[in-house]
Design a protein around this ligand. Structure first.
Ligand SMILES: [Zn+2]
Ligand SMILES: [Zn+2]
Ligand SMILES: [Zn+2]
Length: 155
């Protein structure tokens, strides 16, 4: 299931956590053990998105006192620091595959296996969207593009 993205997913998890630490040090924000744990859980789910509820359940096995607000605060932190993305159509979360670069990405979501890939185009795709929207004088806060289909592995 993970083979189109990686051979050793543990490597992805380790890399993601190391990068997150680097980014937080750089931004002088603190990757607390809880934030790190939530990020780790999100990555350990593989290249697919995880619901906050499932994160809470996993967290509870370690810390029975964990509450939804515990998870949402950690997710807010991870989202605002670009370490995870929210997949709106699934109301779930996925680790950013290249958090050291600022970017707008489209998410390619496989309807069969649930894998999610970030598709980056260095801005051209988003620029086209923005140029089109500019003429309506609508103020954009955020663009999330989610494209559903069948991945290479499943096709
Ligand atoms: Zn992987
Ligand atoms: Zn990303
Ligand atoms: Zn698939």
């Amino acid at each position: 299931m993970l083979s189109q993205f990686c051979h050793q997913h543990q490597q992805c998890v380790d890399d993601a956590l190391a990068k997150a630490q680097m980014i937080c040090d750089d931004q002088k924000v603190s990757l607390t053990p809880l934030r790190k744990k939530v990020l780790k859980l999100i990555w350990e789910a593989g290249h697919s998105a995880t619901k906050a509820y499932d994160l809470l359940e996993s967290l509870k096995s370690d810390d029975p006192s964990a509450k939804p607000v515990t998870i949402y605060r950690a997710l807010d932190f991870l989202l605002s620091n670009g370490l995870v993305h929210k997949i709106e159509s699934h109301n779930s979360f996925i680790g950013c595959s290249h958090p050291t670069r600022q970017h707008n990405c489209a998410f390619l979501i496989c309807n069969q296996c649930g894998s999610i890939q970030e598709c980056c185009d260095d801005g051209a795709m988003m620029d086209t969207i923005k140029t089109n929207i500019d003429s309506t004088s609508f103020q954009i806060h955020n663009i999330t593009l989610e494209i559903q289909g069948i991945c290479l592995e499943c096709s």
